[in-house]
Design a protein around this ligand. Structure first.
Ligand SMILES: C[S@@+](CC[C@H](N)C(=O)[O-])C[C@H]1O[C@@H](n2cnc3c(N)ncnc32)[C@H](O)[C@@H]1O
Length: 322
């Protein structure tokens, strides 16, 4: 396939690049607090491998359904919104060589080598930049919508993402839920400074402090509601699924789960390290940061009295545009 260029992204005849609807929907402020450095890029790549193992594929929706959907398209087009290191877009381009895959991020990634059917361009889902309306069969946004501040802005961003789809196209949104869950998949809200924390989690607390979240919301339910009430989304087409990443234990799967559990622990450690940096940059007292970090580490250590068997819960929601 010929390499695609930014020219290929130009709008089809008669399409308005900045429709009223899209412009009105923007108007929000990004709250992007993660660092953009090689260490963070490596963490995103480790996380990508972990998610692939847990989801048994590159996408949360069933692989057969995705293969069938893309095989039925003549020139399938896929957009990865908030493409980060670019790893998802590159792999999708490799797995589906007949598709055109475009990664969009505030800062365009340049992951070498880029397959000829893949391109990265700078852009913002929340405003400033014109998005490419009605051009894609799949719009994928992983770990992006939770970065947008406030429910109104989040919903507007989801609606903008839907507008990038062609008729019949599929939007796929994935995020961690705000809380870690116990071995029975019950939510563990943030641990508190005093009192009994047996049904709470320091991992939830550390992440909630870093990203300034309550630590008790089901983001997936919110995404589900937004898509279900969007008039451009086919009624009854909204699906969702949880995937659970064991952190430092086998997830109840015995030997089969050990590798994922170990990857889960390594990734959690890197995430907690990132949280430390974020909290420091926000001016939180080092003493407090170290305390939350040590407690979270203890919880996933597996060999201390305060350790817990926990999962990091990922929720994915997908739906079809009318
Ligand atoms: C946590 S990273 C996830 C990256 C990638 N989706 C993944 O799963 O590895 C979030 C990414 O979203 C990008 N981002 C944040 N706000 C954005 C916006 N308004 N429009 C486009 N990208 C945005 C950030 O630059 C960052 O690369």
């Amino acid at each position: 396939m010929e390499a695609i260029s930014e020219k290929d992204l130009e709008l089809e005849d008669g399409e308005d690049s900045c429709s009223e609807e899209g412009s009105e929907a923007s108007g929000s402020v990004d709250e992007y607090v993660l660092p953009r450095d090689p260490k963070e890029r490596d963490r995103l790549n480790v996380q990508h491998e972990l998610w692939k193992k847990v989801m048994k594929g590159i996408c949360p929706m069933p692989k057969d359904a995705l293969d069938e959907f893309l095989a039925a398209k003549t020139n399938p087009a896929i957009m990865d919104l908030g493409s980060g290191s670019g790893v998802w877009a590159v792999e999708m381009a490799q797995v589906y060589p007949s598709a055109r895959v475009v990664g969009i991020d505030l800062v365009a990634a340049v992951p070498p080598p880029i397959p000829p059917n893949c391109l990265f361009v700078p852009g913002s889902l929340t405003g400033g930049t014109c998005m490419m309306w009605a051009q894609y069969d799949i719009v994928h946004a992983r770990l992006l919508v939770d970065r947008i501040k406030g429910e109104v802005a989040k919903e507007a961003a989801i609606n903008r993402a839907v507008l990038c789809l062609r008729s019949g196209g599929i939007i796929i949104l994935s995020n961690y839920e705000e809380f870690f869950v116990d071995s029975d998949k019950n939510p563990l809200p943030p641990a508190q400074d005093t009192g009994n924390n047996s049904s709470r989690s320091w991992c939830t607390r550390l992440v909630a402090e870093a990203f300034r979240r309550p630590g008790d919301r089901l983001l997936g339910d919110f995404y589900h509601r937004c898509l279900a009430k969007n008039v451009k989304v086919e009624k009854g087409s909204v699906n969702s699924e949880f995937h659970y990443i064991p952190v430092g234990w086998d997830g109840g799967e015995g030997d089969a789960g050990k590798e994922i559990g170990e990857m889960g622990r390594r990734h959690a450690h890197e995430l907690f390290d990132t949280c430390k940096g974020i909290l420091k940059s926000k001016g939180v007292l080092q003493e407090k940061i170290d305390h939350w970090f040590d407690k979270a580490q203890e919880e996933i250590s597996g060999d201390q009295s305060e350790s817990k068997r926990i999962f990091h819960a990922v929720r994915s929601v997908w739906a079809r545009k009318l």
